[in-house]
Design a binder for this molecule. Structure first.
Ligand code: NAD
Length: 279
């Protein structure tokens, strides 16, 4: 059984991105809009800012409070869309409840939507003309690519249908010739389906939910879950039992998590390279 070292792969990717940035004529710019007062979001945003600084991306954070008007954020997005120094714009989710998050995301120019959440980029993904793919699904694709795990014709079962993980991942895997099954909370025969998976990807947010009896022998198992229990982070997969049946498995932490931030940076660099080559 092989443990897939997401942290090591993410470090290699970030080093490569730093070199790519050094070779650009321009400095990439990322704008992060924070419109909530959730402490977890503040930490995520800080981590993104630090990761940007480390590799040479200028990161600007725009914070709003409970009294902020949707129109003010909409105006900011329009200004950022027109600002040539900005290559990527992200709206940290969730936003304050009085804001229409989907509407605000839809205002982000698809060419700067490095989170890949805008309706047009989802449409591109669905029609197999990919532009930006969301960071977590893209991170999973990269992990599988680095590990030389082929996708063509494989039966890949994804548990979880969220718009940030399961749905875009299913589309991206279809684009790569996998046979994809998406399971969710209303799926009735979960174990029967997971037991036929060559690759099982779990993103449900339920600690150690998937045990060895859900797996086909020698399956590749990707754990997206992040569950904080007693100051420890654990995944959706019971690593102890599943690692005895799987051929390869991602740990939590140090599996999918570090890849997510690396892929956000990668999308920013992709956008900056387009500007660099047009300038
Ligand atoms: P979500 O709450 O939006 O969606 C959860 C999904 O799991 C739903 O589609 C639901 O139908 C399904 N589900 C729940 N219970 C189930 C069950 N018993 N059987 C089958 N399906 C079930 O979650 P999300 O935002 O997609 O996140 C899922 C997990 O992944 C969370 O732990 C989250 O913290 C983690 N996550 C990690 C990263 C990362 O970078 N590693 C990124 C995003 C999310």
């Amino acid at each position: 059984m092989h443990i897939i070292d997401g942290e090591k792969i993410a470090t290699t990717i970030k080093e490569n991105l730093k070199t790519e940035i050094e070779n650009l004529k321009i400095k990439p710019g990322l704008a992060i809009i924070l419109a909530n007062n959730n402490p977890a979001s503040a930490i995520y945003v800080k981590n993104k800012e630090k990761a940007c600084e480390k590799i040479g991306i200028a990161c600007n954070i725009y914070s709003f409070n409970e009294d902020s008007k949707e129109q003010d954020i909409a105006s900011l997005i329009k200004d950022l869309n027109a600002n040539p120094a900005i290559d990527g714009i992200i709206l940290q989710s969730p936003t304050f409840p009085h804001l229409n998050e989907n509407y605000l995301v839809s205002l982000i120019a698809p060419s700067k939507d490095v989170d890949g959440f805008s309706p047009l980029n989802i449409g591109y993904l669905a029609s197999n003309t990919e532009n930006f793919i969301a960071a977590t699904p893209l991170g999973i694709l990269k992990l599988l690519e680095y590990e030389h795990i082929s996708l063509t014709g494989k039966h890949i079962v994804i548990i979880g249908r969220s718009k940030i993980v399961g749905r875009p991942l299913a589309l991206a895997l279809l684009n790569r010739d996998a046979t994809v099954t998406i399971c969710h909370s209303k799926t009735t025969n979960l174990k029967a389906l997971t037991k036929t998976a060559d690759i099982l990807i779990v993103a449900i947010g339920k600690p150690e939910f998937i045990t060895a009896d859900y797996l086909k022998k020698d399956a590749v198992v990707i754990d997206v879950g992040i569950n904080r229990i007693n100051n420890k982070v654990i995944g959706d997969i019971d690593f102890a039992s599943c690692s005895k049946v799987a051929s390869a498995i991602t740990p939590v932490p140090k599996g999918v998590g570090p890849m997510t931030i690396a892929m956000l940076l990668s999308n920013c660099v992709k956008s900056a390279k387009r500007r660099n080559n047009n300038g």
